[in-house]
Ligand binder design. Structure first.
Ligand code: GLN
Length: 485
């Protein structure tokens, strides 16, 4: 098998048996990045020197018999993860020249196990978007059809896997940003339970919703990555001190008797026919594997998008107040006095979508409107959370679509933010409820575009969705298909 096609576990075997060195694997990935970047645009920054130094260090570890499953594996990170000494832009002009003085815990954990950093991936500006089109660093294209979006906001993270530019990647998910691009690019993407993975050193968008998670070629890789990322971090007070299970060990346990809920609110009239077909086929597969289906209801689903876009913008308006040109980031060159400098730095540094959200969020938090919008949204969030708690009394996992349609055309929704926001309908409720979910390759549209299905788990129930995902993957071939690029 070609190095660029390998999974983490496949590459690990090749490294362990000395068929391949990490330097060779890393060079193969760097060559692939160079070859296809002009067509894809997954990367904001490629880091060949760091990659080769990391690969050499990994090869020394391997030679010394000090090897972990991630040692020598070439990875790439969404440009929202702080990386010490390496430019980190978060997809924004305002951080164009920002070199962080420290690294995100999630990257440190992978690096300490010997993972190799290929570079920093394209994304929507400050992770605001569903198409990667709000990036200040150019379009990222879907490797399956380069006239289409890869999804967002972790568009580069999904496109890099589909274009075989990295063995696995990290993304973040505030309202669907791991699962939706994974679905559009035919990879596996998991949003862990809020608190499962440290957010330390991850540039904040909406702090009560943001979570870090992996995008991978298959479910086994996803379990490997989650196992490496999960766990308590004293530097993130919202990370939870719960033992990390061995996610790989329980993968083969099967789904016999597993109770799978089908939330009726997710099977709406506007659902694309190809997405419906993939859902029907997935249900059939799980039935055959011995799972039981239960019709359930999440009655407040209709309010999820509005609730999310109030809470997320409110938190963003507060989080993004720190970019004022004083301590770091872009500072306007033609300003007079402090206020003018801050205003101009922000006006020049932020893109249109980020400005829209800062204005929406500031409005929702302003006195006089705070109760009507922000407090109301928090109350509805509790109702949505309770919907999930009630439904999970009866089922082990839920199965739903990830997005109402396959990847849309570049430019199609960019001038219609409401349409763009509505496409998050199936992913947003999971973030509001704080629980975990995974996107899994489950078919193709008549145009040959990948379609994913979503498994939603109980809080800290990642084991169950990974196990159910693995059973599905063993019974299907979807994850083996690769983009013709
Ligand atoms: N599309 C959603 C938004 O624009 C979700 C983004 C995300 O999960 N970071 O906010």
């Amino acid at each position: 098998m070609d190095t660029i096609d390998m999974t983490i576990h496949g590459l690990h075997q090749a490294l362990e048996s000395k068929q391949l060195s990490s330097v060779e694997a890393t060079k193969a990935m760097l060559a692939r990045i160079e070859a296809v970047e002009p067509q894809v645009g997954s990367f904001i920054t490629v880091t060949p020197e760091q990659a080769l130094a990391g690969a050499e260090a990994a090869d020394r570890r391997i030679a010394a018999g000090d090897m972990d499953i991630l040692t020598g594996v070439p990875l790439a990170l969404k440009d929202i993860f702080l990386t010490e000494g390496i430019r980190t832009t978060c997809g924004s002009r305002i951080l164009d020249n920002f070199i962080p003085p420290y690294s995100a815990t999630s990257w440190e954990k992978l690096r300490d196990r010997g993972a190799v950093l290929l570079g920093k991936l394209n994304q929507d500006e400050f992770a605001m978007g569903s198409s990667n089109e709000s990036s200040a660093f150019g379009v990222c294209r879907n490797p399956w059809d380069t006239t289409r979006i890869p999804g967002g906001s972790s568009g580069g993270s999904a496109a890099a896997i589909a274009a075989r530019q990295a063995t696995a990647t990290l993304g973040t998910d505030t309202g669907g940003s791991i699962r939706q691009p994974a679905s559009h690019c035919g990879c596996v993407g998991l949003k862990p339970t809020y608190g499962r993975v440290s957010r330390y050193g991850v540039i904040a968008y909406a702090s009560s919703l943001d979570q870090v998670g992996p995008l991978t070629r298959d479910v086994t890789d996803c379990a490997i990555m989650l196992g490496a990322l999960a766990g308590y971090d004293p530097k993130d007070s919202t990370s939870v001190d719960l033992a990390v299970p061995d996610y790989v060990a329980t993968l083969p346990n099967g789904v016999k008797g597993l109770r799978i809920g089908l939330p009726r609110e997710y099977f709406i009239a506007g659902l694309d026919a190809d997405v419906q077909k993939a859902m029907d086929a997935a249900i059939e597969t799980y039935r055959r594997l011995g799972a039981e289906f239960v019709d359930i209801s999440l009655p407040h689903t209709d309010y999820a998008v509005a609730t999310y876009y109030l809470i997320a913008t409110a938190e963003a308006s507060s989080n993004l107040a720190r970019y004022e040109g004083v301590r770091f980031g872009h500072r306007s060159a033609n300003a007079e006095g402090l206020i003018d400098m801050m205003t101009k730095s922000r006006s020049e540094g932020f893109g249109a979508e980020v400005k829209r959200r800062i204005m929406l969020g500031t409005y929702a938090l302003s006195s006089g409107y705070y109760d009507a919008y922000y407090v109301k949204a928090q109350k509805v969030r509790t109702l949505i959370m309770n919907d999930f708690i009630k439904a999970f009394a009866d089922v082990d996992v839920m199965l739903t679509p990830v997005a109402p349609t396959p990847a849309f055309k570049i430019g199609e929704k960019v001038n219609d933010p409401l349409q763009m926001y509505l496409s998050d309908i199936f992913t947003i409720p999971v973030n509001l409820a704080g629980t975990c979910a995974m996107s899994l390759p489950a078919g193709f549209s008549t145009d040959g575009l990948p379609i994913g299905v979503q498994l939603i788990g109980r809080p800290f129930g990642e084991e169950a969705i990974l196990r159910a995902g693995y059973a599905f993957e063993q019974a299907t071939e979807w994850h083996r298909a690769s983009a013709n690029l």
